[in-house]
Every structure is written in structure tokens, then in C-alpha cells.
Design a protein around this ligand. Structure first.
Ligand SMILES: Cc1ncc(COP(=O)(O)O)c(C=O)c1O
Length: 369
């Protein structure tokens, strides 16, 4: 089975350079702090900079829960349109910007740098408005010598998108005046003690590995999980659950990780999927090239028949999914036609370090849809 996430106990690549993730971050930036979630980091990053009643501009192509920290700060989230390339629609952004705009968020989707970033940066140059570089997807992705998330005034990344951990994120303060005004809350840093959640995470990982080995039990559990996930917690509940410091088990995995091996494995798997889809009709690959330094979160593609592709991949043992679940405001408004189409048609395939590239090659031979 090619799972969606790496397992804590499964064989993950490690070499002599298992330095942990911290030194990678330190190579590119000095001012950062750990959090339980990216959303908690967004809250803290903006708390000392904004006033209630102001607004924050976010791309319409965004998971529904990401604006919860802004609501918590009594800010109005305003969705701006995006282009088919995932770049911000500059004209729409200009229209929504006003004197009450405290910040504009851009997203480095799937571990690749946000396209059209220069246009946004030049727009904000003369304004009293912060730029947030949301690199939730790929903590160690580097573009032309810059760690994603460290552009703009502040940025975030979500460590659980990279590693088999229950929580974990980083807030980057990329600007001295922003760093000076940072007011860390009780959910900054790493928890002092092991908690119940740490033990639960380890137990779940053990159970997950046992299930890998037993197909019958696995199918039963998958059915139960599918039934339960019909009721995914609402965005606010997901946000509230992430308002904690990073857990001890996450900190331990972050410290033990081998960034070089992880980046290499993810890139190899990305290229294996690209070969699998290169000559197939009916799919559009977002990023044909994989520039040096990029550590992809997933292999994202677009297709007119996403459900058929997800089902075909599942028959080959691959856990793929469409992304993301949009905010209701976006889902219900035809003005966001592009974001809605992207969310319907984008399928994300796993490339994590627990995936064996040979398994992807085997899927390529069997995949019919
Ligand atoms: C673009 C983007 N930003 C922010 C977040 C929030 O990260 P976290 O889940 O760590 O709160 C996510 C989570 O999926 C995301 O996709």
C-alpha cells in the first residue's frame, strides 16, 4: 500500500547526515519558533501586528480551516481569486485591497514557490500591509537559495506535512520590526512533558504498521475510518485542537530526521510519478520540472475525471485524494470558478520518504483508468 503519510516506525531513509530539521532552518533564517500547528503559528505571527476589524487577503484556493486564526483575531478573511497556474489574480487582489488590509497571504503550493509572487510583492511595496509567506506544505523546500516560508514579513511551515508526527509547525519572522513586535502565546514552543497524545500517536503508528501486514483487518479498519471521516471536524474545531505547543514526540522526530535523505527520497518519488503520467492523456502535470532544492509535499496533477483516477489508484493500492476542501464562501460563489475547478480536479499523490520508488513503477505498469 502506498499510504498518504509516512509511518513513524516504517523504514525511512537515514544516512550519516541525520542532523534533524533545525539546522536546515537555521541555515536560512535566525528568527523562528516552534508551534503545535501552522494555524496557531499564523495567529501568533499576526497577533502583535493587527487590530480588530481589519482584513486579511487569502487565496480562494485554500483549505477551509486556514482562516480560523484570522477570525480569532477579529480580522475579516477576504478571498482573492487565483489563476489556473495557482498564481494570485493580481487585478482581483488590487480590487479587494483597501486601507483596512492588514496582511496578504500567498501560498507555496505543494512545496513549489508561489508563482506570480513578484507581482504581489511589488503591489505591497508602497502599502502599510504585511506579506505572509504560507509554506505549510514543504518545510525543507528551497528555491534559488531561499527556504520557502522565509519570504515576506513572516511565514509558516507545517512539520507534520513532512514527518510522521502528530503536530508541529514553525513561525518565521523575516523582518526585524515584525520580530520585535512578536508576542508569543501559550502555544509557542515545545511541550515540557510527554502527554497522552504522544503515546496515542506512537500506538497508532504501531497499529498502522501491523495493518499494513494484514489485508483483511486493514480493509475492515479502512471501512470504519471511511465511515468516521464522513464527519471531519469543522474548521473551528480543527483550529482549536491545534492551539498547543509542539508535542515532545514531534520534537524528537524533528531532531532525528535526515533532511538530505528525505529530500532525495521525495524527489525520486516525484520523478517516478512524473514518468508514470508523462505520456497519459487526460492529465495535466502542474510542475513538469523539479528544480534543485525543491522537496515536494506530493505529486499534484489535474484531470477532468478525478474520482475515476482516485478509484483506479486505490485499486493499485495508492492513497490519493483531491485537494482541498474549500471554505463554504468560496464553494458557494461563482466568482471563484477557477478555485472551485482546481479543488475539483486536483489530485495529490504521495511521494513521502516511506514510499519505495519501485512500488510507483509497479503502479505505472498496472494503472488503467
Ligand atoms: C496552505 C495551508 N496553510 C496552512 C495550513 C495549516 O497548517 P496546520 O495544519 O499545521 O495548521 C494548511 C494545512 O493544511 C495549508 O494547507
Amino acid at each position: 500500500m502506498i499510504s498518504e503519510q509516512p509511518s513513524l516506525l516504517a523504514r525511512t531513509p537515514a544516512g550519516r547526515r541525520a542532523t534533524g530539521i533545525g539546522p536546515v532552518i537555521e541555515r536560512y533564517t535566525t528568527d523562528f519558533a516552534f508551534y503545535g500547528s501552522g494555524k496557531a503559528a499564523l495567529y501568533d505571527g499576526l497577533a502583535g501586528l493587527v487590530s480588530p476589524g481589519e482584513n486579511v487577503l487569502v487565496p480562494a484556493y485554500l483549505p477551509d480551516a486556514v482562516v480560523e486564526p484570522f477570525r480569532d483575531l477579529a480580522l475579516e478573511p477576504r478571498y482573492y481569486r487565483v489563476r489556473e497556474t495557482l498564481a494570485p489574480n493580481r487585478a482581483d487582489l488590487v480590487e479587494r485591497l483597501d486601507d483596512e488590509t492588514a496582511a496578504v497571504v500567498t501560498v507555496d503550493y505543494f512545496g513549489f514557490p508561489q508563482s506570480g509572487l513578484e507581482a504581489v510583492a511589488s503591489l505591497l511595496d508602497d502599502r502599510d500591509c504585511y506579506h505572509v509567506d504560507d509554506n505549510a506544505h514543504a518545510p525543507i523546500s528551497v528555491d534559488n537559495g531561499t527556504l520557502l516560508g522565509t519570504r515576506g514579513h513572516l511565514g509558516i511551515t507545517s512539520l507534520r506535512k513532512l514527518l510522521p508526527i502528530p503536530d508541529g509547525a514553525v513561525l518565521y519572522c523575516n523582518d526585524e520590526s515584525v520580530a520585535a513586535r512578536l508576542e508569543p502565546s501559550s502555544f509557542a514552543g515545545v511541550r515540557d512533558e510527554l502527554g497522552v497524545d504522544d503515546c496515542r500517536h506512537v500506538l497508532e503508528s504501531v497499529a498502522g504498521d501491523l495493518l499494513e501486514a494484514n489485508a483483511t483487518v486493514r480493509r475492515t479498519v479502512e471501512r470504519l475510518i471511511a465511515e468516521r471521516s464522513a464527519s471531519v471536524p469543522d474548521p473551528k474545531a480543527r483550529y482549536e485542537a491545534g492551539k498547543t505547543p509542539m508535542s515532545r514526540v514531534s520534537a524528537a522526530v524533528v531532531d532525528a530526521a535526515d533532511p538530505t535523505a528525505i529530500r532525495r527520497a521525495r524527489r525520486t518519488n516525484y520523478l517516478a510519478w512524473r514518468r508514470c503520467f508523462d505520456s497519459r492523456s487526460g492529465v495535466e502535470i502542474y510542475h513538469e520540472t523539479l528544480p534543485e532544492g525543491i522537496c515536494p509535499q506530493v505529486f499534484p496533477l489535474r484531470t477532468d475525471s478525478p474520482q475515476r483516477l482516485v478509484a483506479a489508484l486505490e485499486r493499485c493500492g495508492v492513497a490519493a485524494h483531491t485537494w482541498p476542501r474549500l471554505a463554504a464562501t468560496v464553494r458557494d460563489d461563482p466568482a471563484y470558478a477557477v478555485a472551485r475547478r482546481l479543488a475539483r480536479e486536483t489530485v495529490a499523490l504521495p511521494v513521502h520518504q516511506g514510499v519505495d520508488p519501485a512500488a510507483i513503477e509497479a503502479v505505472a505498469d498496472r494503472l488503467r483508468w
